[in-house]
Design a protein around this ligand. Structure first.
Ligand code: PGA
Length: 298
């Protein structure tokens, strides 16, 4: 299955932060930094996962920004504006969004009596292409287990989303040296509802719980050990015909990423992007992280 997006993925997870006013400031700074470094960002995909209530607003701001750049965009694609229909222009603006939009969670049903939850259909309507599934904060504070996560993942894939599946061990598991097994089991259980006929694209974010928001980052070797184990598990599931052979899977890292440690993490082979919490709340720092990719020498 072809990968629709350029790697690496630089993904902001704002969690429950930012209001409309600070979102405006963030977007302004981001757009400015984006255009002054444009050619450096030709080969990566930016994604922003804000609070649900901000999604629609952010998407229309990003679309408006694209509209302002329409002539440049069309020229870059070697097309002629006058020959394009409104529908074609809309499609181009969506494809060329300088930052893609993602939800932080979704429900495992498309609609129904689920007060307070968010449907993938609504996420689609407000321009989301990505959705985070199984973040450790959802697992901990909303009692989400692997079975629910498997249902969400299955639905997100069938609705043609790019899911960002989060997995990772806590400190007790790591201290017992059971982290590899633990992460592999989490992954297998999350993928348990898929079958070999369903081709899909998936981002798997390895986010050790002890690293999230703590400033403690695993060593490069520790991250590599897990990303290799994730890829091995995916290959094993493919060879057992449990998932599609042409499934396109990329591994990301998340947990206390900042512009000082990002280059060395992005340089790890098998790591195709970053899921960034705290450091993504400042647009300048978020862009610095993306710029550090240039020095990751990959
Ligand atoms: P952090 O969060 O970057 O603040 O550690 C990452 C995450 O929870 O996705």
């Amino acid at each position: 299955m072809p990968n629709l997006y350029k790697k690496p993925f630089i993904i902001a997870n704002w969690k429950m932060n930012h209001g409309f006013e600070s979102t405006d400031i963030w977007l302004d700074k981001f757009f400015r930094a984006f255009y002054s470094n444009r050619e450096k960002f030709d080969n990566l995909t930016f994604v922003i996962c804000p609070a649900t209530i901000l999604l629609d607003y952010i998407d229309s701001e990003v679309m408006d920004e694209g509209l302002e750049q329409l002539e440049d965009i069309i020229a870059k694609r070697k097309q002629t504006l006058s020959r394009l229909t409104d529908e074609e222009i809309d499609k181009i603006l969506i494809e060329e969004k300088i930052i893609k939009i993602g939800g932080q969670d979704c429900h495992y049903e498309l609609s129904g009596s689920f007060t307070g939850n968010t449907s993938l259909l609504n996420l689609k309507e407000v321009g989301c292409e990505f959705v985070i599934i199984g973040h450790s904060e959802r697992r901990e504070f909303n009692a989400e287990g692997n079975q629910i996560i498997a249902k969400k993942l299955n639905l997100a894939i069938s609705q043609k989303f790019m899911p960002i599946l989060c997995i990772g061990e806590n400190l007790a598991v790591r201290n017992k040296k059971e982290h590899i097994n633990f992460v592999q089991e989490q992954l297998k259980e999350a993928l348990a509802m898929l079958d070999s006929n369903q081709s899909f694209e998936l981002l798997i974010a390895y986010e050790p719980i002890w690293s999230i928001g703590s400033g403690n980052v695993p060593t490069i070797l520790e991250i590599k050990e897990i990303s290799d184990a994730i890829i091995a598990t995916i290959n094993e599931l493919k060879s057992q015909n449990k998932i599609a052979n042409n499934a396109n899977v990329s591994v990301l890292y998340g947990g206390s990423v900042n512009s000082k440690n990002s280059a060395s993490i992005l340089a790890i082979d098998n790591i195709d992007g970053l899921l960034i919490g705290k450091a993504s709340l400042e647009a300048d720092e978020f862009v610095e992280i993306a710029l550090s990719y240039q020095s990751s020498a990959k």
